[in-house]
Design a protein around this ligand. Structure first.
Ligand SMILES: [Zn+2]
Length: 260
């Protein structure tokens, strides 16, 4: 049953005797002062239909921030889906110099777009991580240059910030720390199983072993060491098909034999 108020407007809240199922005429909605481009939405907090700027304005360009808010569920996100073998869902960031109406080429170092993760610090929302896309060179249509790099920015724990570049993925297939002589690849409890490289440089080649693999004696500063070849499983599971070298003390080396 439809229930109307004294002005003939459809009552939409259950408490008022109506139902949202019966909202079948846009003229039934009583919005105080809608603005151009506003959309009508149901505000569950106060049980009213209200107007809000959801839609693009001014020639299709959104002139204000577009918020997608969802507070009641543990997870929520936009879904960009495709069931096509050749068309994929995507989110696009577009950046130019000049103006939107008359764009010109981006230059080396220009931001192309960001994914930003923010958290509330008790006072306001702040950025904790940014995955940014940068022009790696001046773009141009002649030589068709479109070099791009990815930069991961993080707020470092235990510091007063600010958020800054931490890791760089260059288009030449380089993966770099953002600063020289900074950061580790793996640690004592999170080790990579296998690291392979054609060349390891620069500086001294060092080992973390603190004792001889054969006799167990601890190494001391100034000890001369030898490398002993041992078998190790290779990624294909052929035990013994690969080898690696481990340091042993000079006494065990002169005594000969394997690493024990
Ligand atoms: Zn030894």
């Amino acid at each position: 049953m439809k229930v109307y108020d004294t002005e003939g407007k459809l009552l939409t809240s259950a408490a008022g005797g109506g139902s949202t199922d019966h909202l079948d005429d846009i003229g039934d909605v009583d919005v105080a002062s809608p603005a151009d481009g506003d959309g009508i939405y149901w505000n569950n907090a106060n049980g009213n239909w209200e107007a809000k700027a959801f839609l693009p304005r001014a020639g299709g360009t959104l002139t204000g921030p577009l918020y997608i808010e969802y507070e009641s569920y543990l997870s929520f996100g936009p879904r960009v889906a495709s069931d096509s073998a050749s068309v994929r869902g995507m989110l696009q960031f577009q950046r130019s110099r000049g103006s939107l109406a008359s764009p010109s080429a981006v230059q080396s170092g220009d931001y192309l777009g960001d994914f930003v993760a923010q958290g509330h610090d008790g006072s306001s929302y702040q950025s904790g991580a940014v995955f940014g896309f940068f022009a790696e060179e001046n773009w141009g249509t002649g030589p068709n240059r479109r070099g791009t790099k990815l930069v991961l920015q993080l707020w470092q724990a235990g510091t007063s910030g600010p958020i800054g570049d931490k890791f760089i993925f260059e288009s030449a297939e380089n993966f770099l720390p953002a600063h020289d002589n900074k950061g580790n690849c793996g640690n004592a409890s999170h080790r990579w199983k296998l690291v392979r490289a054609v060349t390891v440089t620069s500086g001294d080649l060092g080992f973390e072993e603190t004792s001889c693999r054969r006799c167990g004696e601890p190494f001391r500063v100034g000890d001369m060491l030898a490398l002993t070849v041992v078998a190790c499983p290779d990624p294909a599971g052929r035990d013994g098909a690969s080898v690696r070298t481990v340091p042993v003390c000079r006494r065990c080396f002169l005594a000969g034999g394997g690493p024990g």
